[in-house]
Design a protein around this ligand. Sequence first.
Ligand code: LFR
Length: 472
Amino acid sequence: MTKYSLAVDIGASSGRLIIGYLNDGKLILEEIHRFENQIVRKGQHFCWEVDKLFNEIKTGIKKCKEKGIKPDSIGIDTWAVDFVLLDENNELLTDAVAYRDARTDGMMEEVFKTISKERLYLETGIQFQKFNTIYQLYSLKQTHPEILERAQSFLMIPEYFNYLLTGKKANEYTNATSTQLVNAFTKKWDGSLLDTLGINKEMFHEIKMPKTVLGNLKEELVSEFGFDMKVVLPATHDTGSAVISVPEVTDTIYISSGTWSLIGVENHFPICITKALDYNFTNEGGMDYRYRFLKNIMGLWMIQEVKRNYNDQYSFAEFVELANEAIGFTSTVNVDEDRFLKPENMIEELQKYCAETNQTIPSTPGEVAKCVFDSLAFSYQQAIGEIEEIYEKEFPRINVIGGGCQNEMLNQLIADVTKKEVYAGPVEATAIGNIVAQLMSLGEIDDINEARMVIKKSFEIKKYTHKKTYAN
Ligand code: LFR
């Protein structure tokens, strides 16, 4: 009998529920529900609306039933690093503060006073991002130590939803590594690191691996939905799920393109050498203890914000068209700078940067969009150079996955700037990676190698080659 798996994939700007099943060796997807996501101001902080998101998950599950589909399993992935804390009655002690909130400003430097940057990197292999969970917890320790002391449960966002679905609390490996609190070699919470920082160790749960069945739905939800299903852990960090969908990883640099651009290589071991630290590459944990050696590049967040600042007057497709018309406009910015993480106004921030660096200031929507796309492409090129330096070899291929791979202009730009073959697809990489993890857990797919063969057969991958030379 056909087994149906339901992926809940929530990114920083939208979420979706997608059903997946195998038919004649191919993976078939059907989108069931889609909704918006955004951060909102609650008191002093920017937060995620977790209750609203959980209601969207429930709406999607109910829509499955209306369509006559009763999934055998459900798996949830979201962005990483963010969390909630629960008290002794399993009540929320904190809002789900968003990683772009300013509470971590200066916290990295505070942590380095207690633990050196080198030790942190050697032990965790994780890149230094001011919003990593470690700095969020450290900020909480400075402002509300009593909350941290009282906490009985540390749950990352997908884990909180899993708890609401099953009543079971567990941490999941791929997301746990993004906290910068997991030891890259023991693959467990780093107790000595937590002790050194004075962070309550008791609130962390056992780390479980992707493909684990967490449990079944709570009874009241079975009554509400009219059916039960298994709650399976996919790679709950969206990027972990996305990278499972890269059809061919050998000699390939992937770019998982969404709100962030995650650029890197799949590995079977962490690389914690000085050069990797200097270039700020991470070794995030993946399925079957593979590692994602990658770096975060600011990504489509920049154009999402530009779109918002133009009051949503133009669609993403229109920005691409307008950028195409802005031939000859060449100003670029360093997208890596913190100033682009959450500026008051992205357009003005881009303009200020160009003025400060004596470049032509982008003034039309087309120029602003071209500035963003060109800057991203050059930033990819730089990261690729760093990867090739660390690996001491050239990678002939780039595979762009995720929603951003639909941007044909950017794909061509990457091929032109890097002079490499660029493959684009699959678009729904994250949901696909989530679904295949569930299908592996259900015994429908043997392993990640078979999953990648199925993905290759099932989805269109477009190829772009170098056409025009760009100077940086
Ligand atoms: C992408 C992503 C990145 C992570 C960032 C913040 O959606 O999960 O991998 O660094 O969001 O959580």
